[in-house]
Design a protein around this ligand. Structure first.
Ligand SMILES: Cc1ncc(C[n+]2csc(CCOP(=O)(O)OP(=O)(O)O)c2C)c(N)n1
Length: 333
């Protein structure tokens, strides 16, 4: 698949903004690496789909969001949750089934809810983030607010009927929503190019009457710029935008699954060379924004905070079995 290879210049971003993007990506990476180790150690209950390699997307998009804006996410949602403001401790504790988890340990990786920071949920079902984000955006419009809603979904999600329904509805009602396709080029182990009549997802926007942008999803500045324009459009009542971020996951689809067989080791290595964190580090050094020492200090600080979060999460108790029926309701008899 043809993708841009040249980094975008930093443009209008200040040093602080650039470093904030860097910190966010490193926080996601280090949390995911910790979760992968925790999965191997048997601490994670249920599946664990990491976001390693795709950090620039959540980071570049969520940098524009306020706490009262909302994010709807997928099975690969740890990065979205962190970038929206869920803490590493409450994310990890959720995967470990512990009480300090953001869903009190009752949901796990695919039910990460934290409405107080606008994280409206991850989902094990492919596609519904698109419809739920359109629904939240409809509520924002009815309440005459300038809040925006974001749907993250994969290339596989873009072949689901929800994509057609959500984009069409958002377009005719000019809803304040961003549809962010994380095209990591595989749906589990199926290459997107083999299941898409037109593998350029951004081009599909034309069919629904909304703008479509295709960006290098491993360049956080490119994602940040495209998302900034889409958020401004949404807040000012001009309606939805589809952004396709071309990216790659460098770990298996889910922890414990195979890494190759459907893709080659060489392909993975080529994409590792285009790692979004490595690229931003190089850019920060090249443009004199940060020195190696400063970046190392940031990395160490984040590693320490993730280590502390891990200890806190794994030392948190499991929910008391007597509370098993709490938070459950039924409107029926
Ligand atoms: C409606 C639905 N169909 C099928 C599945 C099984 N499934 C789980 S993950 C996945 C692949 C999703 O690929 P993509 O949307 O590209 O996201 P990625 O895993 O690449 O991030 C599939 C098909 C599902 N969970 N939900």
């Amino acid at each position: 698949m043809a993708v841009e290879t040249a980094d975008r210049p930093t443009g209008e971003l200040t040093k602080e903004q650039m470093l904030a993007l860097y910190r966010q990506m490193v926080q996601i990476r280090k949390t995911e690496e910790q979760l992968a180790r925790a999965h191997q150690a048997g601490l994670v209950h249920g599946a664990c789909h990491t976001y390693v390699g795709e950090e620039a997307v959540a980071t570049g998009v969520c940098a524009h969001l306020r706490t009262d804006d909302t994010v709807l996410s997928t099975h690969r949602g740890h990065g979205h949750a962190l970038a929206k403001g869920v803490s590493p401790a409450s994310l990890m504790a959720e995967l470990f089934g512990r009480t300090i988890g953001c869903s009190h340990g009752r949901g796990g990786s695919m039910h990460i809810f934290s409405p107080e920071v606008g994280m409206l949920g991850t989902s094990g079902i492919v596609g519904p983030s698109i419809l739920m984000a359109a629904g939240a955006a409809y509520a924002f419009k009815l309440h005459k607010t300038d809040r925006v809603s974001v749907a993250f979904f994969g290339d596989g999600g873009s072949n689901n009927g929800a994509f057609h329904e959500g984009l069409n509805l958002a377009s005719i009602w000019k809803l304040p929503v961003l549809f962010v396709c994380e095209n990591n080029q595989y749906a589990t182990e199926v290459p997107f190019a083999t299941v898409a009549g037109n593998p350029n997802v951004a081009e599909r926007a034309i069919a629904y009457g909304l703008p479509g942008r295709r960006v290098d999803g491993n360049d956080v500045v490119a994602v940040y710029e495209a998302a900034g324009e889409a958020v401004r459009r949404a807040r000012s009542g001009q309606g939805p935008t589809l952004i396709e971020c071309v990216t790659y996951r460098t770990r298996p689809h889910s922890e414990g699954m195979r890494d190759t067989g459907y893709r080659t080791r060489e392909e993975i290595e080529q994409w590792r060379a285009r790692d979004p964190i490595v690229r931003l580090r190089a850019k920060l050094r090249l443009e004199g924004i940060a020195t190696d020492d400063e970046l190392r200090q940031i990395d160490t600080g984040i590693q320490t905070s993730v280590d502390e979060a891990f200890e806190m999460a794994k030392n948190s108790p499991y929910p008391d079995p007597r509370t098993a029926l709490d938070h459950i309701y039924s409107s029926g008899e």
